[in-house]
Ligand binder design. Sequence first.
Ligand SMILES: Nc1ncnc2c1ncn2[C@@H]1O[C@H](COP(=O)(O)OP(=O)(O)OP(=O)(O)O)[C@@H](O)[C@H]1O
Length: 300
Amino acid sequence: MNVGSRRCILNPVSGTGDHAQWVTRLLDARGFEVLETSGPEDAVRLAMEAGFDEVSELAVCGGDGTINEALRGLAAAEHVADVTLSVIPAGTANLLAENVGIRDIEHGIEVADTGDVRRVDIGMADEQPFVVSCIAGLPADASVSTGGDLKERFGTLAFLLTGAQEALQFDGLTVTLEDRQDGVTEAWSGEALCVLIGNARKFVEKGGQANMEDGLFDVAVVEEMPPQNLVAEGVAHRLLGQQTDGVEHFRTSELRIASDDGPITFSRDGEVTTHEELLLFAEPNSLDLRVGSAYVPDPE
Ligand SMILES: Nc1ncnc2c1ncn2[C@@H]1O[C@H](COP(=O)(O)OP(=O)(O)OP(=O)(O)O)[C@@H](O)[C@H]1O
């Protein structure tokens, strides 16, 4: 039993990869035991161990990929509900940190030590957890192929823009979406360019932080566009600008996505898997997360 214990899982190669030493020194001074990951999936193992050791505070220093691995490890150890998680943004995009008001590494360390704790929703897709989003179609593929340089220059927009360029050769998704919040209703069916399910992130209008405490996903389906369109511009406008023609947007706590045309690729916070159908549900108020003072519980 490790009541009151503080541990940090640190990815030494995420982002620019030059943070490990000084971050370890600062965290050590604040009572965190720092364990470095040694390769892909190692944060899953370390978080499982933290769960089995009943660690009460777990900081994750890395990008969204490392956070996703840590969350999967905590889920495997059935420790998600018993830990306070904090994020120290040392990745390239750092979507979760950005969505909970954490500015940079130093700020993340301070928040991990003394920040407010909010009980936020997590999403489950095929029984695996995610916090930020689960996306299918173009940005899911794009998040795999977008190089570090581009990610750094454009931030999150790069996911959309790179994907949009690739859409010239992209066939789209033939999908049916069922809203299962109150019974089963067909929410959308047809040819989609992508399906975006946000827990911590909105994808339409101005985007930004979604309500992480309402027990609902923000779902956006971008309809297939003719390839001769200026696709990159079109997608960016539709998702980030004001124009929402061709975008179906709704909120739900439970959703089933079925492909009518073979397996499709999903990215759960950057973790890529392939499914013919996927069942997603929001687990309301199930994770204690430290947030920065800029975090807005209800960003409407
Ligand atoms: N010691 C290591 N050596 C090599 N790869 C590692 C090591 N530890 C973790 N990894 C892998 O590094 C990858 C990238 O991590 P992460 O997603 O956290 O950072 P990022 O890609 O820089 O940021 P972001 O996801 O925010 O854009 C993950 O797939 C993780 O499994």
